[in-house]
Design a protein around this ligand. Structure first.
Ligand code: BGC
Length: 754
């Protein structure tokens, strides 16, 4: 359709029909083709009439062949036969699941993020999905907030690169021109959801407008610049107004300043929630305020469908606002090609061949490997030589467990997951664990013991029904532990597979203690009494307090929630087929009380002198200021040395660039990949600047003994910031530049801008 056709269509639609386009139905309305289920649960107060259902413009949470029937039925009933949009949370994969987004952040590899998103988009599009509610570009600096798992971490620069790459991956190359390619991406949650007070979900975000604009908006901005087709509002308040009804945020900042011209959807029920926030007295007011703020689609509440029409008729709302919103929705449908092809790319035959195909599994495996972060490797206990005739005990609740997909996996199935035990057994079957000389005596032996459930019987998290532990008697628990300790005693090394339950991170999983479940910590303590050679493989959706894990483990490998190919990727790295290369995308705190913590904080007026802990300087009585492991940190199996950085000049003038370089050398015995990171500090400015900001990074793979010069340019782009007067640009003065291998590393050099 041409733009003119769309306008004519709009002009021909009744008010009721138009409002219908602005309603998104919840999943569950159409469970069976041809049937409309009653709306239950949190949506049960939705007053939906048959006419609302006939007119609805989109549906959330369904996929697969059922969509054909739903589309056909809907188009027959909708007066202008307008097709529906099918939206779904395709977060870290569709059916082939790759690592949780925080793990993708750890890869420091935007191309990988793009490839993964592209694969997910293909699987989803073949299954009839038109829009994914991804990527989440919220900046996350508080690990108490469980949704940190859905983002790529604490750094605005890294977040921006990742968000843009994911948008490109989902939307395909046609995106810049048409707004959408294969499926439409929807950036979320606009804005500053990651700044939820004290890490508690759905609460207020308290931050200055300067901090919002300078740091929190960058991920969303990068996605808008990459041509994202949709944006979702957030549940929190911004500047004491719920984001979903925040006119300044949506109309002035998102649309005018960032230049977003796509469809804006509320988060789930968020328009209705403005009442609980205390910003609207009732649904009528909530609907009006959200519309005035520029929200086009009401996700799963009846505020728009039941309360807009009357207000337009009695003059309380200008119909122009509705026309504007509906035209944007029709334009998106048109860009996706739905008027000509209502089932667009849906193709169950192709889906069958493509979904979970070997190439997709291979990508998921590569992505998982790249996401792993090695935090510690004393005595080079890793990698494990598979052919040295040792006895290796795999112990812990993740040893043979398929729940490694993350809490936002909707379509992915646990039955497709390769467990660690299965992957080890494959190695055995392929003869890869036989002795080098093939002598039987050299064959490596593996023992497996679960040791304990993921969550103990007495540990609860409120909404979780702990069936795993409930099914275990005291005797079962004692037997499991005895088996594990017995295996640990017999083994040369223990690989302890422990971590958060997959439902302990994601939406509505705020925590006040960032520890491993107590039952697993107990297992760790007991195993350590009988075997000091512990390699901990840690599953988690967020940074944890790892003090005890560090104390008892010789190596710690963070594997996040790795996805379908978890077992293969983990054994690839444990046995040295591939070396770990991930870097932390969020600081791992020393203790929970440090949260929120991020490397890019502001300095206090009394910064603690380095290496000291003295009174009347900014610090804690009972903990250091530094995290246990900083942003950007991660080891590999080789050693690298970075030479002192050289600046080609010490002074630059406006418009000029300086070049900084250093030589990276692999001084170890194995091939490996390091990430050289460029950080800058603006020493004095019209508003305070972070103690360090990441401005560039390069991943470099080197053979043993090999070295390479790594170079970065420093100019306007790297030195600009949002100045106190609200303009973006540089200010003359001194800058400190660090080239290093983590956020806390690197010798300082100085550059002056004159
Ligand atoms: C979440 C969103 C999600 C939406 C639809 C909400 O509860 O906050 O991130 O996209 O549900 O599933």
């Amino acid at each position: 359709m041409t733009d003119q056709n769309l306008k004519e269509l709009l002009a021909d639609m009744s008010l009721r029909e138009k409002i219908g386009q602005m309603l998104q139905l919840p999943a569950g309305i159409y469970l069976e083709p041809g049937s409309r289920e009653a709306v239950t649960g949190p949506d049960s107060d939705m007053k939906l009439t048959d006419e609302d259902l006939d007119n609805a413009g989109s549906i959330l949470g369904t996929w697969g062949p059922a969509l054909d029937h739903i589309q056909k039925e809907q188009m027959a009933k909708q007066p202008h036969h307008i097709p529906m949009l099918f939206m779904l949370d395709v977060i870290n994969g569709f059916r082939t699941v790759y690592p949780a987004p925080l793990g993708i952040g750890a890869s420091f590899d935007p191309e990988l993020a793009r490839d993964c998103a592209s694969m997910a988009a293909n699987e989803a599009a073949l299954s009839g999905v038109h829009v994914t509610f991804s990527p989440m570009a919220d900046l996350c600096r508080d690990a108490r907030w469980g949704r940190v798992m859905e983002g790529t971490g604490e750094d605005p620069y890294l977040n921006g690169l990742m968000a843009a790459a994911m948008v490109e991956g989902y939307q395909g190359s046609g995106m810049q021109k048409y707004g959408c390619g294969k499926i439409c991406a929807c950036i979320k949650h606009f804005a500053a959801y990651g700044a939820a007070t004290a890490g508690r979900d759905y609460t207020a975000a308290q931050l200055s407008e300067h901090t919002l604009r300078e740091f929190y908006l960058s991920g969303y901005k990068a996605a808008v610049d990459a041509g994202v087709g949709m944006v979702m509002t957030s549940f929190n308040t911004v500047d004491d107004i719920p984001a979903t009804a925040n006119r300044k945020l949506m109309r002035d900042i998102l649309r005018k300043e960032l230049g977003f011209d796509g469809v804006l959807i509320s988060d789930y029920g968020a328009i209705r929630e403005t009442i609980a926030h205390g910003y609207a007295a009732d649904k009528e007011e909530a609907a009006r305020k959200a519309l005035e703020a520029g929200v086009d689609i009401d996700m799963c509440s009846d505020c728009y469908s039941a309360y807009l029409e009357q207000q337009v008729k009695n003059g309380g709302i200008d119909e122009k606002l509705i026309d504007e919103a509906v035209l944007r929705i029709l334009t998106l449908k048109n860009r996706l090609g739905l008027f000509e092809h209502p089932y667009r790319y849906a193709d169950s035959k192709k889906a069958e061949q493509y979904i979970l195909c070997p190439e997709n599994r291979a990508l998921a495996r590569k992505a998982a490997r790249e996401s792993f972060v090695l935090l510690k490797n004393r005595e080079n206990i890793l990698p494990i030589a598979a052919d040295q005739g040792e006895t290796i005990a795999f112990i812990g609740p993740y040893t043979d467990n398929r729940s490694m997909l993350s809490s936002w996996t909707i379509v992915g199935e646990e039955k497709d997951v390769v467990t660690i035990r299965e992957a080890v057994q494959e190695l055995e079957e392929n003869g890869q664990t036989a002795g080098v000389a093939g002598a039987d005596g050299n064959t490596t032996h593996f023992l497996f013991a679960r040791g304990c459930p993921v969550i103990g019987r007495n540990e609860t998290f409120y909404t979780y029904d702990n069936r795993e532990a409930a099914a275990l008697s005291d005797q079962d628990l004692a037997r499991m532990e005895a088996e594990a300790l017995n295996a640990a005693k017999r083994a040369d090394r223990v690989v302890l597979c422990v971590g958060e339950h997959f439902l302990q991170s994601g939406e509505s999983t705020s925590r006040t203690e960032l520890l491993l479940p107590e039952v697993q910590l107990n297992l760790l303590r007991k195993v350590a009494e009988v075997n000091p050679n512990i390699v901990t493989v840690l599953f988690t959706g967020r940074p944890l307090d790892l003090r005890e894990v560090k104390k008892y483990s010789k190596a710690i490998l963070v594997v996040w929630f790795p996805g379908t190919e978890a077992g293969h990727a983990i054994t690839d790295v444990l046995f040295g087929k591939e070396a770990p290369q991930g870097k932390l995308p969020m600081s791992f705190p020393y203790c929970t009380g440090q949260e929120p913590i991020s490397y890019n904080e502001f300095s206090s007026g009394r910064p603690m002198p380095e290496g000291q802990h003295i009174r009347f300087f900014s610090g804690y009585l009972d903990a250091p200021n530094e995290p246990l492991y900083p942003f950007g940190y991660g080891l590999t199996y080789s050693e690298f040395r970075l030479s002192e950085a050289k600046l080609d000049r010490t002074v630059i003038h406006s418009g000029e660039t300086a070049r900084i370089s250093a030589v990276l050398e692999n001084t170890g015995k194995r091939k490996g990949t390091e990430t050289v990171q460029l950080y800058i500090r603006d020493v004095a400015a019209s508003c305070v600047r972070p103690v360090r900001e990441l401005k560039g990074f390069r991943k470099v793979t080197l053979a043993p003994g090999e070295s390479r010069t790594v170079e970065f340019s420093i100019g306007e782009e790297q030195l600009s910031f949002l100045r106190a007067d609200g303009t973006v640009g540089t200010e003359p003065g001194e800058f400190r530049i660090f080239l290093g291998l983590s956020g806390a590393d690197g010798k300082m050099t100085k550059l002056r801008l004159e």
